[in-house]
Design a protein around this ligand. Structure first.
Ligand SMILES: NC(=O)C1=CN([C@@H]2O[C@H](COP(=O)(O)OP(=O)(O)OC[C@H]3O[C@@H](n4cnc5c(N)ncnc54)[C@H](OP(=O)(O)O)[C@@H]3O)[C@@H](O)[C@H]2O)C=CC1
Ligand SMILES: Nc1nc(=O)c2c([nH]1)NC[C@@H]1CN(c3ccc(C(=O)N[C@@H](CCC(=O)O)C(=O)O)cc3)C=[N+]21
Length: 280
């Protein structure tokens, strides 16, 4: 079998067009602020892509750049200001943060109603118990891609590779809420390959370049590659060995051009939803 390629760039563009249309009917521009501490070059690409996408879709978007040696107290003061600003609907503090700042203290200081990353304990708890809230962008983007690929989670065996708070855990919660039979595998799992081979939907979020080999993929499976890994030669690869996996999968996402663009589109979707919830 040769897999269909799921075009995340196209699905993201379509979602952004829908958002632009919704914003057109609002009468105001939803406000998004991205806070960046230091200038990690990898996050620079992401922040630039996001700003461009946000402005094109009609958001009032800006990046607040702080120096590498910013204290935790200073960052918390910026978050408090954004929490209080009525023009700001969404706040994203770019991770990772430098070592003098506790990421969790900052995340829990964000107003949950403006937490467009969906990382606050209130939003994570809402997701876990099936209440409406802001959902983390990357797993939310994966759900959009599954829908676009016609891969219904209902009753399907889904395997999530990775259990981080920002991707693996919320991914498992969303698949469970969509009636999949969900298995989460991680670094202490025995025989990862055998677990993955059982998946009709396989989501890889480990941060290990090309770890998922062709023979880990069941014939006809839908493979979603969340990984974004920069190799020493500058190439960007996923957590899945794409060419090998595509010989077995029914459908597969590429890297780049798969989940990454969806993460940005879902950040905008969350910002618009947060704006409508706050101001109608
Ligand atoms: N496309 C996008 O928009 C985004 C992409 N990413 C990418 O997704 C990937 C994962 O990100 P994130 O969840 O933040 O990463 P983390 O490092 O926080 O988590 C990685 C997870 O993978 C597991 N893991 C690591 N190595 C192995 C291994 N050898 N075998 C089995 N399991 C393993 C870890 O297990 P354990 O818990 O046991 O340690 C952990 O649960 C990265 O490549 C990242 O760049 C992330 C965010 C957004
Ligand atoms: N608070 C916070 N929220 C995040 O959501 C967050 C974060 N911090 N820190 C960093 C990670 C990473 N991340 C990416 C999003 C989009 C692309 C993306 O658009 N990638 C393009 C290509 C990028 C390129 O060419 O380098 C693609 O995959 O096609 C990549 C990476 C969000 N993250």
């Amino acid at each position: 079998m040769t897999a269909r390629i799921i075009d995340g760039k196209a699905v993201a563009a379509a979602l952004r067009a829908t958002l632009a249309q919704r914003i057109g009917g609002l009468g105001y521009a939803p406000g998004l602020r991205v806070v960046r501490v230091g200038d990690d070059p990898a996050s620079g690409v992401y922040v630039r892509n996001k700003d461009r996408a946000a402005q094109q879709a009609g958001f009032n978007s800006a990046t607040i750049q702080l120096p590498e040696d910013t204290s935790e107290a200073a960052l918390l003061a910026v978050v408090a200001e954004l929490n209080a600003d009525p023009a700001v609907d969404g706040i994203l503090v770019q991770l990772p943060l430098p070592p003098q700042i506790r990421a969790d203290a900052v995340i829990q200081a964000i107003d949950p109603a403006k937490d467009v990353d969906g990382f606050h304990a209130t939003n994570a708890g809402r997701l876990a118990i099936g209440q409406p809230g802001l959902v983390p962008c990357t797993p939310k983007g994966v759900m959009h891609l599954l829908a676009a690929a016609g891969a219904s989670p209902r009753g399907a065996r889904a395997v999530v590779l990775g259990r981080s708070n920002i991707v693996g855990k919320p991914m498992a919660a969303l698949l469970l809420a969509a009636d999949a039979t969900v298995t989460v595998v991680h670094s202490r799992t025995q025989n990862l390959a055998a677990e993955c081979r059982r998946a009709e939907i396989l989501v890889a979020a480990v941060g290990r370049p090309e770890m998922v080999r062709g023979d880990w993929v069941a014939e006809g499976a839908t493979v979603i590659d969340v990984g974004i890994n920069r190799l020493p030669d500058g190439r960007l690869v996923g957590d899945v060995a794409f060419a090998e996996a595509a010989r077995h999968a029914g459908a597969i996402t590429p890297v780049p051009g798969g989940v990454g663009p969806m993460t940005i589109a879902c950040l905008l979707e969350n910002t618009l939803d947060a704006a409508v919830a706050r101001r109608g």
